[in-house]
Design a protein around this ligand. Structure first.
Ligand code: ATP
Ligand code: MG
Length: 220
């Protein structure tokens, strides 16, 4: 489904160049629950942003279903981010002035058609149907992350990226989000998750460790 070939990323800092990714190769298949682990600053978020089309690599390619993302223009890349993949971040990134339901439906509006039935199904699925008219400020962290997961799924993406989805939650709440993600994976949703929580990662079918700019296979 997704392939990274010799991916490199350099940042131009005030104190010279930072060579963060130095030739990352990976392949993600349909149905995978893939984890990327690694120390803080290893480049995990950087890698996820390249795979998700949020940023462009310095060298190397990302292919989604055989299509090279670097050949897409901004409009096609925006479509890729909106329709084919979904994103869940550590700090949820819900829009504070919108209700839970409006947040969940927003990517479908952007794609051209508000999906009210699917948002209902998803809100029930993540246990937030009763809270659909609430604002972000009225939700706990775990509830906000559930809303963000529903939002990531609204356009039926083939692949969902999560960057430290439970990094900001207490253990018990994190555990309930882990369960939700694994349940969705069992139902067929493909995930690529960045985490520093090894106990979470161990349950995935594939684990990669990002270290010194390259990935080592930990599992598979
Ligand atoms: N836009 C940027 N410009 C310059 N340097 C950057 C930029 N973004 C990230 N970096 C640097 O790249 C390195 C990798 O950052 P990244 O956020 O990918 O790490 P990470 O593995 O996700 O870390 P964490 O576990 O703390 O989230 C860091 O040293 C960071 O300072
Ligand atoms: Mg990060």
């Amino acid at each position: 489904m997704l392939r990274a070939i010799a991916l490199e990323k350099e940042y131009e800092g005030p104190r010279g160049k930072l060579h963060i990714l130095r030739g990352v190769n990976l392949e993600l298949n349909k149905g995978d629950m893939m984890f990327i682990i690694g120390r803080s600053g290893a480049g995990k978020s950087t890698l996820l942003h390249l795979l998700g089309g949020l940023d462009r690599p310095t060298a190397g390619t990302v292919e989604f279903r055989g299509e090279d993302l670097s050949l897409l223009n901004e409009e096609s890349l925006a479509k890729y981010r909106n329709k084919r993949v979904g994103f869940v971040f550590q700090f949820y990134h819900l829009l504070p002035e919108l209700t839970v339901r409006e947040n969940v439906e927003l990517p479908s509006l952007i794609a051209g058609k508000r999906r009210t039935k699917r948002s209902e199904d998803l809100l029930k699925r993540v246990g937030l149907w009763e809270r659909r008219d609430h604002l972000q400020s009225e939700l706990s962290g775990g509830e906000q992350q559930r809303a963000a997961i529903a939002r990531a799924l609204i356009n039926e993406p083939e692949l969902v990226f999560c960057d430290e989805p439970t990094g900001n939650l207490d253990d018990e709440t994190a555990e309930s989000i882990h369960r939700l993600i694994f349940d969705l994976n069992r139902e067929g949703q493909t995930f690529c998750v960045v985490t520093h929580e090894e106990s979470f990662a161990r349950k995935g079918n594939r684990i990669l460790r990002l270290h010194e700019g390259v990935v080592d296979v930990v599992k598979h």
